[in-house]
Design a protein around this ligand. Sequence first.
Ligand code: SAM
Length: 273
Amino acid sequence: MVDLPPLREVIARHGLSASKALGQNFLFDEQLLDRIAAVPGSLERKRVLEIGPGPGGLTRALLRAGAEVTAIEMDRRCLPALSELTIAFPDRLRVIEGDALRLHHNELMGGEPFAILSNLPYNVGTALFTRWMGGETWPPQWTSLTLMFQQEVAQRIVAKPGTSAYGRLAVLAQWRAHAKLAMKVHRSAFTPPPKVMSAIVHVEPGAMPEGVSARVLERVTEAAFGQRRKMLRQSLKSVPGAINALEAIGIDTQRRAETLEVCDFVAIAHTLS
Ligand code: SAM
């Protein structure tokens, strides 16, 4: 590994005070960053997309792990610090200035498979996650997602039926993918520390059930969990054919959304698709 100046020195030299508006909470602990970079398994010569490298803490860990990194950063102030990293790793790091919500990730990665790792800005994390997990095309071009979330959001992603955390995010994350909570990260690990605890979620694509439209499934879960305290016969009224589908599959219409397994939602969507 090339000898790099300590991150804190880089931040001080470039005057990179954390911006609240951009959801900036930086990580400096190299051991922690290496553990995060190890979650997807070996990254040696693998293509990785990183969203929000900031001053480059996780980026350095990804480079230490041997990855070929494309990093999207929208804060211009971070670019001079990142270009020092690009100079040190000209063949393995490409930094793109822009808003990750507006860029086409598959195209950026040249149509090749890639892993996504990110200490996500909290304000855009769920939007990006929903986009990566959505759409009719499956398997996706990404091979895994390793993402930092607020712990409460991470728990919603991996939640099981019958819990208050179980809802749309859980169904979205679990109906054709495997999602697990890989590690918890204490708020004190960040500079500045956020108000809440964080956690890393790791997701790998699984098989997509045949004959199910992702859009229809999304519509069903939106309606069912939109009124989660109501019985399904009430909450699913707005979805044409849904009550008949429940009866055809043999799901009691007096049940509430949070009592249904992910496969029950898939069965409803299959009948409607
Ligand atoms: N990866 C660094 C680390 O772990 O220390 C910084 C993480 S910080 C929580 C989030 C980073 O995402 C910031 O650098 C912020 O500028 C950047 N960011 C925020 N919104 C973004 C967006 N829409 N597209 C790309 N980057 C964004």
